[in-house]
Structure formats: structure tokens, C-alpha cells
Design a protein around this ligand. Sequence first.
Ligand SMILES: Nc1ncnc2c1ncn2[C@@H]1O[C@H](COP(=O)(O)OP(=O)(O)OP(=O)(O)O)[C@@H](O)[C@H]1O
Ligand SMILES: [Mg+2]
Length: 582
Amino acid sequence: MNRANIRRILSLFHPYRMRLGAVLGLIVFSAGLDIISPFLLKAILDTALPERDDALLTMLVGGMIGIAVVGGVLGVYQTLLSNQVGQRVMHDLRSAVYRHLQRLSLAFFTRTRTGEVQSRIASDIGGVQNVVTSTATSIVSNATTVLASVIAMFVLDWRLAVFSLGLLPFFVILTRRVGAQRKEITTTRQETIADMSSIVQESLSVSGILLGKTMGRSDALAERFQSESARLAELEVRQRMAGRWVMASIGIAFAVMPAAVYWFAGQSWVGSAVSIGTVVAFTTLQTRLFRPIMSLLNVQIDIQTSLALFDRIFEYLDLPVDIRERETPVVLDRTTLRGDVAFEDVCFRYDEERWTLDHVSLTVPAGTTTAIVGETGSGKTTLGYLVARLYDADSGRVTIDGVDVRDLSFESLADAVGVVSQETYLVHATVRENIRFARPEATDEEVETAARAAQIHHVIASLPDGYETVVGERGYRFSGGEKQRMAIARTVLRNPPILVLDEATSALDTETERAVQIALERLSEGRTVIAIAHRLSTVRDAEQIVVLESGRVVERGSHDELVLAGGRYGAMLAGSGELEPA
Ligand SMILES: Nc1ncnc2c1ncn2[C@@H]1O[C@H](COP(=O)(O)OP(=O)(O)OP(=O)(O)O)[C@@H](O)[C@H]1O
Ligand SMILES: [Mg+2]
């Protein structure tokens, strides 16, 4: 067992130690109460009944009833408290994992399968529920019962006690082995669950279904899922069956124990005779011992099993946050922010193989537009990502008003830079909520004004439910051009001084194209714009055009300068057929 992890699991309970203490106190108290009953029974059998002492008999029986009632009531409270503690610990874990994942950079999510994250939050954290809600209470309650019963057994008759408890150590050793076995199976099982969850996420989404159907692979996908599912079924059976024989043997041993005790108590070589009351009280204790001992042995297995889950959860919590805010970040004042953007000898790469941005230097003066053009894969989107600090430069720096973006507070940065990306993501919510996501405090009028500016208001207004239309994977599907304009509306609402516009690669019809163009022009007015363009027709008015090739800036200048120079840009223009006579 991993000690550090156990300490870490215990620390999860630290904030609830008072409540947990109350639970444990209740448990010890009711377990102590429970032990009194057999002694009352012994007194009934050995004294009250033979001596026909009615008063004593009534008192003893009354005591037994009282103990049962008090025990039952306390049990309810104890269940309530222990579930509250357990559920809060689970809630803390879930929230901590979610919060931590939110802080991770884009790089983590491009590396991670969809479905994997979901599976860890749902299935792994869900899997430890049993352990966090009931383990502590189960250990204490059962351990108290066992301890008290064992003491009581020795008090009743030490010979019987030694005889009947001799096998216990073997049981403990056997179940430890079972626990180790289950931990291993659990690790594999959780991986299989994550596999299945990512197959489901990937293939049963709108895009996944589209891909599967158009490629004629639906059956193949179904088969892949089926084989994972069969594997999971088998693992579940193996997990449940691991140690069943061991547990069954222990059960049998316990079942025959009372008989063995009767036999042992009657043997002449044992010494002085054992009274009937003692034998009955003893076997009552012994039978009562069965459940708590089995629970303790099972808890041992549960803990070992859940360590596998905790390992996976802690692995996520320990993922390093690669892009973090400085301790004392620079906070920009929106009102005095000019919006100068500069790349100073920036190098960046996704992997060791090659540089995606190679010594890029570039200044975009406030209020001007710089168009980035270049072949697909030349690093244009990446360059935009660096302005919004979705990735950090490996060397060199990106600055806003002369301040390194790495020194800015996240809030300042998000306020300063708006990104309209190649892909627009609409969440499952109404159109209004989707646009308002950019600025939750915006009024309905502001949302509509933004939609008008983005040339999308008339489209939304013509829908039967208007702004209340539900969009996203499970709702209304907007076209590519419409989605882009929704993204523009969001950015209008945020009103950032610096814009990174990553033009969508999908071609739009002339009408839509014009609408998007108008929307973008409106949006760009008075702002610093880095426009990543695929259609050269849209860049000729830019103050500066930068040509990127394999991550290097190979040309820069205005449209006319670059045409005159007759370099890469000129060639691209000629190739695109967009070079019209001036
Ligand atoms: N997460 C990533 N991990 C590894 N390589 C990546 C990653 N994202 C992009 N790349 C690679 O980096 C290079 C630059 O990608 P980028 O998206 O910046 O190109 P682009 O110029 O925007 O292309 P397009 O015109 O097609 O949008 C490409 O070769 C791409 O394969
Ligand atoms: Mg791109």
C-alpha cells in the first residue's frame, strides 16, 4: 500500500473531523451498548430463570429492549452523519478535479481523449463513494464490536475464547491477498470504462455519427464497442469472484464454530465444567462476531481496491499546470489600454520534431490591422494562440503594450484579447445564452445589438423560437457561416481592444461571405487586429501583411508594396486568381 496516498486520503477528511468525531463517538457508544446484552442474557439464564426472580427478569428483559431501541435510533443518526461526511468528501474531490482541469492549458486537452476526463470524474470518483462514505464508520463500529466482544468472551471463559479465536490471523492474511488481486483487476476495469466512455463520446456525437455513417463504419464501431463491453463484463465477474472461495471458507468456519464450542465445552479434559448460561452467552457473542469480522475483512479489500481509484484521481490532481498566473500579475487598466501587440523573436514548438514558429518578430501598432497569410500548416493559428496565451513561447516574448503576456493577469489578458477562432463552439443552451456567455451581465438589448452588428440578428429573429432557440449538439444546428457570426457577436459583446480573427477555412457562399465580412469590418473598427486570412481578397486593406512560411516570416509590407516586390505574396495572389488589375 502506498503510504503517501493513504495520508492524502485521510487529509480529505480533515475539514470534517468534528463531524467524523461525533460519528465515531456514536458508534463506540452503541457498540458498547450492544455488548451488554449477552451479559443480561447470561443473568437471565443462570440466575433469573432458575431462581424464578420475576423482578430481576423484568429488569433484565427491559434492559435488553432498551438497548435495542437506543441502538436503532443512534444507528439512524450515525448513517445520516457518515453519509454527509462521505458525500462532502466526494464533492470536494469532484470539484477539485474539475477546477484543476480548468486550469490546465489547451495542450492537455489536445493530448487527452474525449471521454477519458469524463470517465475519471464520473466513474473513478463515483467508485470511491462506498469507501469514503462508509469505511471510517465501518472500521470503527466493527472494530469496537469485535474488540468488545473479544474482551467479553475472555471474561466469560478464556479457554473457549482462545479455542474459537485461534483461526482469525489466517483469515486476515488470506483477505489481504484477495485485496491485492482486486486492486489489480480494478485498475484494468477503470481503464476499460474510460475506453468505452471515449468510444461513446467520440462516435455517438453529431460529428461521430456523421463520420461513422458516411464512411460506412457504423457496424465496425458497434463491434469495437461490443468487444470493450464484453471485456468489461468479464472483468466485473472476475472482480466479484476474486476471493469468493476465501470468503466462503471463512463463512463456513464461522458457521460451524458454535457446534465446535459445544463440543469443546463438554470435553472432560478442559477442566472445570462450563455453565449453560456461559455457553449460550458465548456462542451468542461468537455469532454476533461473524458480521463485524466479515465487514472488517471486506473493508480491507475495499480499501485496497479503492486505492487503485485514488491513484487515478490523484494522478489527475497532480497534473502540472503549465500555464499559470504570476503571483503578482500586471493588471491592465481597460481605459488606458492602447493595444500594441508585439512578437519579439518568438520560437515555439508543439513537439521536439520541428519549430512551429521560428524566430518570429512582428509589431502590430494599436488600432491597425495586420493580416497573416501563408500556406496551411504554416503556423498562423498557432501565432494567434500565443497572443491569447493558450500556449507559452519557448523563447522570445509576446507583449501587449510592452508587457509580456506571461506577466499579465488572466483576467486582463482575457479582457484585452478577443479570439474568433476557426471553429465556433456553441454550447447546449439557447442562442441568447450562447452569445451572453461572453459577458454574463449583458442585457437582452446588448445581446441583440451585438447580434445585429454581427449580421446574425435577422437569422435568429426568423427562427420560430428566436433568441430562445436551443442550439448545440442536441439542438438546432447552425450553418458554418451562421456559427461564425454568432462567434463574432460574442466578441462584439466582450468588446476587446485586441482581436485575433482566425478566418474559417470553409468556403461560404458569396452572400454569407459578404455578411461575415461586414460583421468583421464592423468588429475591427478602432481595434488592433491580427487577421489570419485564407482568402486574399479580404486582406488588401490591411496596414500590414505578413507572409508566414513554415513558421518563419518571409515577407511583410502593405498590399501594394508586396505586389510590387513580386515575391511570395505576389505568387500567392497570382495562384489564387485574385490579382485584379489595379
Ligand atoms: N496540438 C498540436 N500538436 C502538435 N502539432 C500541432 C498541434 N497543433 C498544430 N500543430 C502543427 O503545427 C503546425 C501549424 O499549425 P497551425 O494550426 O498553426 O497552422 P495554420 O497555419 O493555422 O494552418 P491552416 O491554414 O490550415 O489553419 C501544423 O503543422 C500542425 O500540424
Ligand atoms: Mg489555422
